[in-house]
Design a protein around this ligand. Structure first.
Ligand code: FAD
Ligand code: NAI
Length: 467
């Protein structure tokens, strides 16, 4: 096997494997190295895919228990958690094998092992059998992703005090689940276990859930989750946790300080963010600059300060999302091959896969205000959408923000059924620099949820018709 490549990609997640695939398409040889033992990174192994499998299964379970009767379907359903977990693992197994196939097809050598940069164009891989393999390449792409951010003073055992990795593999439904952090992971995995019967309490440091998301939508989101049984302690911090009598005693107090209280839990999920993963990679020795948050510093062509070394995905700045990593992978490979590569960071959607889903793209109302940009808003509630009525999913709305002068779409936030799919239309519109009127005058099939997007776009100029 050759030990010299055009490019070496360190990390086999959505950043790494897509970079290797694109390099192959461009006629460049590559090796893609991952130490995990199976390819696909955080996303396929312990992130996007297993969490979405459980979100789907738990939603069906909850629906069968609570909504079928309203549709005239009588059913008695029982939970078979081991089977649900087995289905999740099957999907993960198939998709990670799929990545191996794609790497092979792209003629990229998939290597299982821990990679370290040992000099310009040089990478050493510690293989599973303890042997070391020395590789060389003109280009090295760092795509090592991210890891769970630790909560100071709390030790994750992945059984009772879990990160997302333990929370997608619990062997029984906890009676009481305490979630630290009302971000994406906390609310998605909190939803899974709430639907399966857990009492879910969320402790959030800030005074709102899902920071960064349009505030009006975020408040609506919190209301819906509260209706579903979630309890929120906002502006609150966890100060300690003690294992006692088989359960957990979690000490919390107001974020600003003050009198604390102790909350009981069976399982505690720590979901306070993720940090870039760049340990033991030889970056310091190679002289690759990191920023204050430990992220690899790059220019807009993904070049680090060391010639021939690039970084993409979660380990560099920007949202920690699989599709952002994938887009950077394509752009980086294109640039290495001498083509034009570019990512439009104003048009990267973000989706929370709860029920209802929450999807956003572009600027929020708060961001536009802060930037002093004059804007118009169009909104449409799902209560007025015919399809939402037929599927009994009327919670939520579509909100479109457009430039007050030019009508160019600047942002969109959707809370509602299928929000993650609905946002794609707005992302495409933004990619093409469309106006809200372009969306409003586009024919949308009836009866679909997408009509709510059109009606919201009409609302920007005040001609919403179905309200
Ligand atoms: P990763 O996927 O983290 O891959 C990096 C890989 O590099 C890892 O496999 C690691 O083993 C390997 N590696 C690290 N160091 C070395 C080394 N020295 N040698 C060899 N290999 C190394 N994003 C979404 O867009 N949608 C979602 O629905 C979603 N859900 C998520 C759910 C959860 C529970 C979590 C935790 C994350 C979720 N994410 C989601 C985020 C998403 O997983 C990440 O943004 C994405 O995986 C980043 O891709 P990446 O290629 O940069 O890094
Ligand atoms: P997050 O950044 O989404 O949310 C973390 C939350 O924890 C924030 O609300 C923050 O204010 C709060 N917090 C921080 N420190 C705290 C403390 N000490 N006590 C209480 N609250 C505290 O991070 P999360 O949920 O861990 O997810 C990590 C990343 O993974 C996300 O940012 C996202 O990029 C990615 N992800 C994406 C998903 C998707 O696209 N659907 C799903 C899951 C994860």
């Amino acid at each position: 096997m050759a030990d010299s490549f055009d490019a070496i990609v360190i990390g086999g997640g959505p950043g790494g494997y897509n970079a290797a695939i694109r390099l192959g398409q461009l006629g460049l040889s590559s090796a893609c190295i991952d130490k995990r033992g199976s390819f696909g990174g955080t996303c396929l192994n312990v992130g996007c895919i297993p969490s979405k499998a459980l979100l789907h299964a738990s939603e069906r379970f909850h629906e069968a228990q609570h909504d079928f009767a309203k549709l005239g379907i009588k059913a008695k359903v029982d939970l078979d958690l081991p089977a649900m977990m087995a289905q999740k693992s099957k999907v993960v197994g198939e998709l990670t094998k799929g990545v191996e196939f794609l790497l092979k097809k792209a003629k990229s050598e998939a290597i299982v092992g821990e990679a370290k940069i040992t000099g310009p164009g040089k990478v050493e891989v510690k293989l599973a059998d303890g042997k070391t393999r020395s590789l060389t390449a003109k280009h090295i792409i760092i795509a090592t992703g991210s890891d769970v951010a630790p909560l100071p003073g709390v030790t994750v055992d992945e059984k009772q005090i879990v990160s997302s990795t333990g929370a997608i593999a619990l062997s029984s439904v906890p009676k009481k689940l305490l979630v630290v952090g009302a971000g994406v992971i906390g609310l998605e995995l909190g939803s899974v276990w709430a639907r399966l019967g857990a009492e879910v309490t969320v402790v959030e440091f800030l005074d709102r859930v899902t920071p960064g998301i349009d505030l009006e939508v975020s408040k609506a989101f919190q209301r819906v989750l509260t209706k579903q049984g979630f309890t929120f302690h906002l502006s609150t911090k966890v100060t300690g946790v003690e294992k006692k009598g088989g359960g957990l005693k979690v000490s919390v107090e107001p974020a600003a300080g003050g009198e604390g209280q102790v909350l009981d839990a069976d399982v505690m999920l720590v979901a306070i963010g993720r940090i870039p993963y760049t340990a033991n990679l030889g970056l310091q020795e190679a002289g690759v600059a990191l920023d204050k948050r430990g992220r690899v510093v790059t220019d807009h062509h993904y070049r680090t300060n060391v010639p021939g070394i690039y970084a993409i995905g979660d380990c560099r700045e920007g949202p920690m999302l699989a599709h952002k990593a994938e887009d950077e992978a394509v752009a980086c490979a294109d640039l290495i091959a001498g083509k034009a590569g570019h990512v439009n960071y104003d048009a990267i959607p973000s989706v929370v896969y709860t029920f209802p889903e929450v999807a956003t793209v572009g600027k929020s109302e708060e961001e536009l205000k802060a930037a002093g940009i004059a804007y118009k808003v169009g909104k449409f509630p799902f209560t007025a959408n015919a399809r939402a009525k037929t599927i009994m999913a009327t919670d939520g709305m579509v909100k479109i923000l457009a430039d007050a002068k030019t009508d160019k779409v600047l942002g969109c936030a959707i809370i509602g059924p299928e929000a993650g799919n609905l946002i794609a239309e707005v992302v495409l519109a933004m990619e093409f620099g469309a106006s809200s009127e372009d969306i409003a005058r586009t024919c949308h099939s009836h009866p679909t949820l997408s009509e709510a997007v059109r009606q919201a776009a009409m609302g920007v100029e005040g001609w919403t018709m179905q309200m």
